[in-house]
Design a protein around this ligand. Structure first.
Ligand SMILES: Nc1ncnc2c1ncn2[C@@H]1O[C@H](COP(=O)(O)OP(=O)(O)O)[C@@H](O)[C@H]1O
Ligand SMILES: CC(C)(COP(=O)(O)O)[C@@H](O)C(=O)NCCC(=O)O
Length: 328
């Protein structure tokens, strides 16, 4: 049996257990030792398949960072099962368990999708949670026609560019335990919602919800549902963090790479950028970054970091250098 308390000497690596901080702050070495007896279920090929464009994640990173994280989440899922049993005892009824929901937040181009995909794969290898689904909040962006009508085309990814009521309705149905819950689908290629397409989520054990704004607080409003925040439906949340200048660099590098790949597709919204020179493409990427993604990061996304259960801080090479976990 895997010990719940592996004997590790965290000693000097516990950067802060300060009474003034709501977080336990661990450096990479201390964090990676926390799952000494947990097996690593992925292979090099799996990691290759899950890696996002521009993200150099490898098996060593999965071993050091995601193995402990999947162990922690497995413990939390089991503990939530205990809470469910307590509720059943109290109610004299045993309502079916609903999906355990994990939010993954962070800037454009920080690598949220890789984190979410690796987590999905790791969690699905635990016997308690074989069915793990992943959705991205871009499906809840208003279609471009509606964004244009609202004057928000230059604000794609800002909180107001999403149909928050639809997203909250979706999560509320998930947490109500409905058998099938549907979500619209966004395409990065056409840069718009795909008409008529949807994903169906069928009561998984775990649902990972990835998106820029998943930790936004509720907006004060007189409209009933919108006083609820998306994160009210989360059992756990992760903020993927890095220095803004590093993220900007990753955004530009990815844009240059997309120019050679996704932008060359005939239906790509960005196909006019496929023929740009390196310098022109860099300028274009920087201008999109500075006009849309950087202000969104500063004004809307970064301020939500403190609401996460766990913060993964990446260095300039994408490797996670520090992990902060909320004390309970
Ligand atoms: N214009 C684009 N064309 C095709 N794919 C894209 C484009 N922009 C982003 N992507 C892909 O969409 C996914 C999500 O990107 P993003 O929202 O920036 O989040 P993150 O980089 O944090 O995962 C990534 O896998 C990225 O490679
Ligand atoms: C689609 C996105 C808003 C991300 O949506 P998310 O799934 O995080 O809700 C983002 O990737 C995006 O396209 N932003 C617009 C600016 C740009 O093209 O970089």
């Amino acid at each position: 049996m895997v010990s719940q308390f592996p004997s590790t000497d965290l000693g000097e690596h516990l950067l802060a257990l300060a009474p003034s901080s709501p977080y336990v702050d661990l450096d990479r070495a201390a964090w990676s030792r926390l799952s000494a007896s947990t097996p690593l279920p992925l292979t090099d090929d799996d990691v290759e398949r899950l890696r996002g464009l521009g993200d150099p994640i490898d098996l060593a990173e999965v071993d050091a960072i995601y193995r402990p994280l999947s162990r922690l989440l497995n413990l939390y899922v089991q503990a939530t099962g205990g809470l469910h049993d307590a509720t059943s005892t109290f109610l004299h009824e045993d309502p079916p368990r609903t999906p355990y929901v994990i939010g993954v937040a962070g800037s454009v181009a920080v690598g949220k999708s890789t984190t979410a995909r690796v987590l999905r794969e790791m969690l699905a290898r635990w016997p308690e949670t074989p069915r793990v689904e992943l959705i991205t909040t871009d499906g809840f962006l208003y279609p471009n026609a509606e964004l244009e009508r609202r004057g928000l085309m230059e604000r794609k990814g800002f909180p107001e560019s999403y149909d928050r009521r639809a997203l909250i309705r979706f999560l509320s149905r998930i947490k109500a335990g409905q058998d099938e819950v549907r979500a619209p689908v966004y395409s990065h290629t056409i840069y718009d919602i795909v008409p008529g397409e949807e994903v169906v989520v069928r009561k998984p054990d775990v649902l990972v919800v990835e998106g820029l704004n998943v930790l936004q607080p509720a907006r004060p409003s007189s409209v009933d549902e919108s006083t609820v925040a998306v994160s009210d439906f989360f059992d756990f949340s992760i903020y993927v963090d890095a220095r803004t200048r590093n993220i900007r660099q990753w955004y530009v590098e990815r844009f240059l790479e997309l120019r050679r790949t996704a932008f060359t597709k005939p239906d790509s919204y960005f196909k006019r950028y496929a023929s740009l020179s390196d310098q022109e493409a860099t300028e274009k990427a920087l201008s999109i970054w500075e006009s849309i993604n950087a202000p969104n990061l500063e004004r809307n996304i970064l301020p939500t970091r403190g609401r996460a259960t766990l913060v993964l801080t990446k260095g300039s090479d994408h490797a996670v250098q520090r992990v902060r976990l909320r004390k309970l």
